[in-house]
Design a protein around this ligand. Structure first.
Ligand code: GLU
Length: 443
């Protein structure tokens, strides 16, 4: 993940997900004329837990993986944020993601702080038994750092409700205490909430619909390209297709497809489930059925090329750092809806702003996930079970409220939506810190 670029003053500047976060943060703190005390609060996470998880593979061998939990800030409530299993989930990435969570929970004004976790491993190809052992071991090594009123994990890249169920069970086994709130994104049968699986996509969908309505744009004339076909990407493709948008491109880590006439994501999802890839309807490994592709008007496209393909709305829904200074100038989309965390670098942001591309930033666009996590957490506390309709309408109310506040802040301060969302989140965090006496009058 880490690479270095030579600056023109001959100094070497390290470029990591966390330094990219700091670049955006510092631009906003400069705008606020923040003093040193405030800057110090946001510069570093409050706690970094770096451990090793050992996994006994099915063949009897043992593998060790670095495991992280970074707790960025808990001024507004328990630390909150997902856990990812990914080969690139290193400390710098998890730090950046924890900071984005703190801003995100404040933007949607749910009573949580921000954290993130990760195991730096390749989970693809692991058996169910191995995944379970890995998930339980993570909870064991993190010990007291995790808890329903301390820090509540959730799913993220390559983790899901099944994994959250194991994690809750492990926590309750160790503590001996019924603790539904220790993780969110759990299975429905074990303390989960209606609508949690689709919540990230649902929230992004609500915001996008509102943005287009304000711009008097007809969805049926919009062509959408989606990078990533995991939990968020697959769900938003289906919501948009049902609403009359034309899905022109889809991809996963193995490859992508493009069609001018449009793709039916329900059909693609069926084959993705069967074959493990978005191209599964047309290809078996690298051998593709040209006749079938031609009949459906399908061309192959790489996940990288999806970013610059011919479309109106681009939805990065996979990993960070995919829209960079290298490709931002070639982007054709008019709108970018960031369902992934950290997909756009600060340099790319500046290029997109100049081009007039409207970016709906991650800390707003994908905040539906943590919003419904909050609903799940409160249901765990009260023992109530909300209907799917209640979850949906509360999510809509909260995320559109957040969107309107970000928009107002952007107008008032003359900022991009990303900077306005950061400003809104930072101001909310500072307000709570002030009443808690965490800063000596400077915040
Ligand atoms: N992993 C999700 C995110 O990045 C959800 C976090 C949560 O629900 O705590 O927002």
């Amino acid at each position: 993940m880490m690479n270095t670029t030579l600056m023109n003053n001959q100094q070497t500047k390290v470029d990591t997900p966390y330094t990219r976060f700091l670049t955006t943060l510092n631009a906003v703190l400069d705008h606020m004329n923040a003093d040193e005390e405030v800057r110090a609060i946001f510069e570093h996470p409050q706690h970094i837990h770096k451990k090793t998880v050992s996994l006994m593979r099915d063949d009897g061998s043992t593998e060790d993986y670095p495991a992280f939990r970074v707790q960025f800030n808990n001024a507004r409530g328990p630390y909150k944020g997902g856990i990812r299993f990914h080969p690139e989930a290193d400390l710098e990435e998890v730090k950046a993601l924890s900071a984005l969570m703190a801003i995100k929970t404040a933007v949607v004004d749910v009573p949580f702080g921000g954290a993130k976790g990760g195991i730096q491993c390749e989970p693809k190809g692991m058996s169910r038994k191995e995944l379970e052992a890995l998930s339980r071991e993570y909870i064991r090594v993190m010990g007291d750092a995790i808890g329903p009123y301390t820090d509540c994990p959730a799913p993220d890249v390559n983790t899901n409700s099944m994994i959250m169920g194991w994690m809750r069970d492990e926590y309750e086994t160790i503590s001996g205490v019924f603790s539904p709130g220790v993780v969110t994104g759990k299975p429905l049968e074990y303390g989960g909430s209606q609508g949690r699986d689709e919540a990230t996509a649902r929230g992004g969908f609500f915001v996008l619909e509102e943005v287009l309505e304000r711009a008097a744009i007809d969805p049926s004339e919009q062509r959408v390209a989606i990078q990533g076909f995991g939990n968020a990407g697959a769900a938003i493709a289906q919501f948009l297709h049902e609403k009359g948008y034309t899905i022109v491109a889809l991809s996963d880590s193995k490859g992508g497809i493009y069609s001018r006439e449009g793709i039916d994501p329900f059909r693609i999802n069926k084959y993705k489930k069967k074959t493990g890839q978005v191209r599964g309807l047309y290809c078996e490994e690298s051998i593709c059925d040209a006749g079938r592709m031609q009949a459906d008007g399908i061309e192959l496209i790489s996940p990288k090329d999806i970013i610059t393909c011919d479309c109106d709305i681009l939805v990065p829904a996979a990993l960070d750092n995919v829209i960079t200074a290298r490709n931002a100038g070639d982007i054709k989309a008019e709108f970018i809806l960031e369902l992934a965390n950290g997909p756009t670098t600060p340099e790319a942001d500046a290029i997109l702003e100049k081009k007039g591309v409207r970016v709906i930033p991650d800390v707003l666009a994908n905040a539906g996930g943590v919003t419904v996590s909050y609903f799940e957490w409160t249901q765990g506390r009260s023992g109530e079970q909300w209907t799917a309709d209640r979850v949906d309408s509360e999510l809509k109310r909260i995320i559109l409220g957040a969107y309107r506040e970000v928009r107002r802040e952007a107008r008032r301060e003359g900022l991009s939506y990303r900077h306005a969302a950061f400003l809104l989140g930072i101001k909310r965090m500072l307000k709570t810190m002030r009443v808690r006496g965490w800063c000596n009058g400077s915040c």
